[in-house]
Design a protein around this ligand. Structure first.
Ligand code: RNT
Ligand code: ZN
Length: 412
């Protein structure tokens, strides 16, 4: 079906596809740098710790800042729209000796800012509370050792400064997300103490002066990590409570809940509480496995809530790391899948459906909900890509295959 035919069909249902195209173009997604090198970073070659795990050894991963920037730029060129890139503190670029996490400075990220300006992307940031000797026992901000806590508080403070630098330089508020792996493998005897210590450490970090115009702090909860199965300090309730009290945002990661919970259902309550919701779009398969996101029911449900509650109220970031497939394709597919689900959600007659809900017309509601699923959203997506000058269908993958042949395969 052509775009114009689809446009007419949607118009009959009261939906303006031109508005959808405009609205979708205005949604930036923060693409996570860490899919490019399996959460490796540039400090050592140790790989990720802290209860997270990449699996697979597909060849061609980025080994240097230049390679990662090249891959990110290429991936973004296959995605319609203007987006952001999400960096972790372990992706600092160090001349000679690597500065420790509590000594990180803006200068270690200056090449990223230069690249971002050249590429036309904005940057988001994350302190890295893992893959470090002082996080080896799984405890950082909640460690019983005051020296360890002090080190990680310093890291958090340094990262606030770096986030402010990103926000100011790129003239766009930088979301800085705090996720700490802290937890215990087996049942702890004290569940309160670690949480009190973590809250105190966070208080010390946020007592640092930072400009809220440039920095948007978020706090991410989690259910469990590998090797930390029995207790997570930064649980869902901890994060809800702390974020409310500290007047920062809570971040929902789609992989950080029991698999039968609906993350989409949490969104409206989060929005009522915080006014804005930050998101790690991820896909758990049996556990927090960080698979590339697909256009599945969970993503669709989340995208629908986001669209209904105005995408401007959301900070959208991807978070997954699959090392078993082409990493550039993993990025592109995830970005496009989220955009597709957002677009599809914009092409649903919500006003009519809400009316049916309120007047108790549940049969009609069910029928329309289901029929909408087969409306020609693909034609609208094709038009969106055409106007953005990128491939509207799987043709983009041919370019990735060529990139793999020409660029990735030359890497050891
Ligand atoms: C881990 C969290 C966290 C990380 C990134 C690398 O379970 O989801 O967001 O994935 O910070
Ligand atoms: Zn996450």
């Amino acid at each position: 079906m052509s775009y114009n035919e689809a446009k007419r069909k949607y118009a009959k249902m009261g939906i303006d596809t031109e508005k959808a195209l405009k609205d979708l173009a205005a949604i930036p997604i923060s693409m996570h740098c860490w899919q490019g090198d399996d959460v490796g970073g540039f400090e050592s070659t140790g790989g990720a710790s802290g209860g997270i795990q990449t699996t697979g050894n597909y060849p061609g991963k980025a080994r240097t800042p230049a390679e990662l920037m090249q891959d990110l730029s290429f991936a973004l060129s296959l995605v319609p729209g203007r987006h952001r890139v999400n960096l972790h503190a372990c992706y600092g670029i160090h001349e000679g000796k690597v500065a420790d996490r509590n000594r990180l400075e803006a200068k270690h990220f200056a090449p990223w800012v230069k690249w971002a300006k050249k590429t036309g992307v904005k940057l988001d940031f994350n302190p890295t509370f893992f893959s470090h000797p002082l996080a080896a026992d799984g405890l950082t901000l909640s460690s019983p050792d005051p020296k360890v806590r002090k080190f990680w508080v310093e890291h958090g403070v340094r990262c606030l400064d770096i986030a402010e630098y990103f926000g100011r330089e790129l003239k766009s508020p930088c979301c800085i997300n705090f996720w700490m792996p802290d937890g215990y493998k087996d049942e702890p005897s004290d569940r309160l103490g670690p949480r009190l210590r973590m809250a105190d450490s966070l208080d010390r970090i946020f007592a640092h002066r930072y400009d809220r115009k440039h920095v948007v702090p978020t706090l991410e909860s989690k259910l469990f990590g590998i090797g930390l199965e029995s207790y997570t300090v930064g649980s869902h309730e901890f994060v809800m409570g702390y974020a409310m009290k500290a007047k920062i945002l809570a971040l929902l990661d789609m992989g950080h809940f029991h698999l039968s919970e609906s993350v989409a259902d949490k969104i409206s309550s989060f929005l009522m509480t915080f006014g804005k919701v930050a998101f790690h779009i991820s896909r758990p398969v049996r556990w927090d496995s960080d698979h590339v996101i697909r256009q599945n029911d969970d993503l669709r449900a989340a995208a629908q809530e986001i669209v209904k509650m105005d995408p401007k109220n959301f900070i959208l970031a991807l978070d997954y790391f699959d090392a078993s497939i082409n990493r550039v394709a993993a990025w592109v597919l995830g970005m496009r899948n989220l955009q597709k689900e957002l677009l599809k959600a914009m092409l649903v007659p919500w006003k009519a459906l809400k009316g049916m809900q309120d007047s108790g017309e549940f049969t009609a509601q069910l029928v329309l909900q289901e029929e909408c699923k087969n409306y020609p959203a693909g034609a609208v997506w094709g038009e969106f890509c055409r106007r953005a000058g990128v491939d509207g269908d799987e043709a983009w993958f041919k370019r990735v295959v060529k990139y793999e042949r020409d660029v990735l395969s030359a890497r050891g």
